[in-house]
Design a protein around this ligand. Structure first.
Ligand code: PEP
Ligand code: MN
Length: 358
């Protein structure tokens, strides 16, 4: 890692599975100087019947990580009972998971159960893109007198999202930071990516946007993990991820930093555009099949003129030059026609290949 600005690092398995797995992972992470070792003890699962965590049985394993390796430890809590048990086991940091942040009753219950306790608490963003709900969770903690807080950006469940397990929607954590600049903001690339191949790109983006740290899932044998197998890294791969990152933040380079942030934001918007183009072309493909099945022509001029006018008007409302809108949509239209032509031709070729009269 280059430079002065050291990120806060949290690493460890998605779930604690056995004493041996927890201790082996922790041992592998010692040399990476992590700030907290993580392991989920109580796991919120989408389907019933899936592995829901080892429960309180796993707490002594975390205590052992503290005594054997001198690491601080953290786990997810979702209700007052979890808080009580985690505090009894002297867990050093508690985190509120994304599903829990979506539910104000649960957040309030956790806040109430933490009154008068000094433990640091990290709050993940809610599963859906709702900044107010995320901020609301911080307000509930604040009102309960909990002052040692951190935020974790773990991406958002967005319909139609393909590349990521949870869309990063970087603008939301950026807005979060503008609202609560004093709260350290970490990125959780594991739950954003869903697959380990993307981790380095997302972690670097977080660093370029001046996030304060990372939470990364690690496991001694990732492919055999009981939860989130595809996104976990070995402790060795985690060390490589961290050493491969370029750290750009430092007080003296603030202007360069702003430039990096702006470029990172441009990259993020471009990525969103590409996703939208892909969706748009997917629709052209679908409509091409429909037109073919119903014997309709590809080019329907009235529809094209309406579409162009509608988009120019929409653009104009946002200060976009109608000439620019026209250029962009002409290109999109051309590409869409090419797709539909291909579909019509595929049909014709198939017909030719079919022997007539059978
Ligand atoms: C986790 O950290 O393992 C987890 C369940 O994350 P999230 O709440 O972000 O889904
Ligand atoms: Mn996980």
């Amino acid at each position: 890692m280059m430079d002065s600005h050291t990120p806060i690092l949290i690493a460890g398995p998605c779930s604690a599975e056995s004493r041996d797995q927890v201790l082996t992972t922790a041992e592998g992470l010692v040399s990476s100087s992590i700030d907290y070792f993580r392991a989920g003890i109580w796991k919120p699962r989408t389907q019933p019947g899936a592995f829901e965590g080892v429960g309180s049985t796993g707490l002594p394993w975390l205590t052992e990580v503290k005594s054997s390796f001198g690491l601080k430890v953290c786990t997810e809590v979702a209700n007052a009972r979890h808080v009580e048990e985690a505090l009894k086991a002297e867990i050093d940091l508690l985190w509120v998971g994304a599903r829990t942040t979506t539910n104000p009753f649960q957040v309030q219950e956790i806040a109430d159960s933490l009154k008068g306790v000094e433990v640091p608490v990290a709050i993940k963003n809610p599963t859906h893109p709702d900044l107010a709900l995320w901020l609301g969770a911080f307000e509930r903690m604040d009102l309960a007198g909990i002052s040692n807080l951190m935020a974790i950006h773990r991406g958002f469940a967005v319909h139609g999202q393909k590349k990521y397990r949870n869309a990063p929607l970087w603008q939301i954590p950026i807005d979060f930071r503008n609202r609560l600049p004093q709260i350290p903001l970490l990125n959780d690339p594991s739950h954003i990516c869903g697959k380990r191949e993307l981790l380095s790109e997302v972690s670097q983006m977080a660093m370029d946007l001046a996030f304060d740290g990372l939470m990364v899932e690690t496991h001694p044998a990732p492919d055999e993990a009981w939860t989130d197998a595809a996104q976990q890294l070995t402790p060795q791969a985690f060390a490589e991820l961290i050493s491969g990152m370029v750290m750009r933040s430092s007080g003296a380079e603030i202007e360069a930093d702003d430039l990096f942030s702006m470029r990172a934001e441009i990259n993020m918007v471009d990525e969103a555009l590409i996703e939208l183009f892909a969706r748009r072309m997917g629709l052209s493909e679908k409509i091409g099949h429909y037109k073919k099945a119903h014997g309709l022509t590809i080019l329907q001029n009235t529809r094209w003129n309406e579409l162009l006018k509608r988009n120019q008007d929409l653009g104009l409302e946002q200060g976009i030059d109608p000439g620019f809108t026209s250029d962009v949509f002409k290109s999109i239209h051309q590409a869409s026609i090419a797709i539909q032509k291909r579909i019509m031709q595929e049909g014709a070729e198939n017909e030719e290949a079919t022997p007539k009269g059978t």
